[in-house]
Design a protein around this ligand. Structure first.
Ligand code: 2P0
Length: 321
């Protein structure tokens, strides 16, 4: 009745921002992401008949904020397994939590993997993805390897790997520009954009074509075109955020400076592009041969506190205790 799992965060190239059903936490659009080896959540779940309630700790401290979503996921897993036992959940991130580095995605992916293993659930992959997305809409993507597609289907989502890490070994350099938790979380932010941004309709109308283009680029390993459509999706998402009322500006001065560094590198022919999530960190996606040059340029950028080097990684998996 006990198991551990690790999961990596993911970064979306074609973003998810806005829900089609808020109560069910269903995304309005699909998305395409990279699973990032180099950042890691490690979660241990122990079901114990002596417990009177589920207990959740994140980075060594009880986390009441995470507990609601965790209990919701555990309830569904207990229903599949026919168990009534409560669980102790201990989760540790080796990177800043709640700062735009997708700790909720890796957190819920690791939770679902560890809890399902502890309960002896075999198979049920589609259900596991739909349970994970109720905790965090981006979490199902962290269950899968390499480049991952999340699609809407009738009553939920479907998620799968569309390219294994070894089939297109992209690198991602995460430029950390602040370790502070963000002031407005993704859930509240995307809801505000849906309700108030005049750009939201255009986002929904143009998103399917962006996703289709990106999938074609992955199939053809067309880095230059993938760079263009990914930056477009990122900037369109931030245009939605910035045009919300009140405005959501997730960038700081160093985010902008790092973006300029990437644009300058591109102008000199370096295969690199940027993407930014609901936080001030910039992620530079590049071909492996470009890593040393991109790293040096970002390290010299004022306001960049730390660079974390990632490669494409594997989806969430059970590990030995
Ligand atoms: C993404 N983000 O596609 C987008 C881009 C952040 C910016 O998915 O409300 O924490 O829990 O479903 O999963 C972050 O959203 O939001 C996210 P909820 P989640 O990566």
């Amino acid at each position: 009745m006990q198991a551990s799992a690790i999961a990596h965060p993911n970064v979306a190239l074609i973003k998810y921002w806005g829900k089609r059903d808020t109560g069910q936490n269903l995304p309005a659009t699909g998305s395409l992401s990279l699973t990032l080896e180099g950042l890691q959540t490690r979660t241990r779940v122990s079901f114990d008949p002596a417990l009177q309630a589920d207990q959740v700790s994140v980075n060594g401290a009880a986390d009441a904020k995470a507990a609601g979503g965790v209990v919701r996921c555990l309830d569904q897993l207990r229903a599949i397994a026919g168990s009534r036992d409560f669980a102790r959940v201990d989760s540790e991130n080796d990177f800043p939590t709640g700062a735009g580095l997708a700790s909720s995605a890796s957190g819920y992916a690791a939770l679902v993997r560890a809890a399902s293993a502890a309960l002896g659930i075999v198979g049920h992959e589609a259900e596991l993805a739909n349970i994970a997305r109720q905790g965090s809409g981006s979490a199902p993507r962290s269950l899968y390897d390499g480049i991952v597609l999340l699609e809407n289907i009738d009553d939920g989502i479907a998620c799968r790997s569309v390219c294994a890490p070894e089939d297109w070994p992209l690198s991602v350099l995460v430029a950390v520009t602040s370790r502070a938790p963000k002031s407005v979380g993704s859930t509240a932010g995307m809801e505000r954009s849906r309700l108030t941004s005049p750009c939201y309709r255009g986002w929904l109308e143009t998103h399917p074509a962006d996703l289709q283009t990106a999938l074609e680029c992955v199939a053809r390993r067309d880095f230059d075109r993938l760079a263009k459509v990914s930056e477009h999706s990122c900037l369109k998402m931030h245009a939605l955020a910035m045009s919300s009322q009140p405005a959501l500006v997730y960038w700081n001065a160093a985010t902008m400076a790092a973006m300029q560094v990437v644009r300058d590198l591109q102008a000199s022919g370096v295969p690199v592009f940027f993407t930014i999530d609901a936080g001030p960190q910039l992620k530079a996606v590049c071909l492996p041969e470009a890593v040393p040059g991109v790293k040096a340029a970002l390290a010299a950028c004022p306001g960049v506190l730390e660079l974390i080097e990632c490669t494409l990684g594997r989806g969430a998996r059970e590990i030995a205790q």
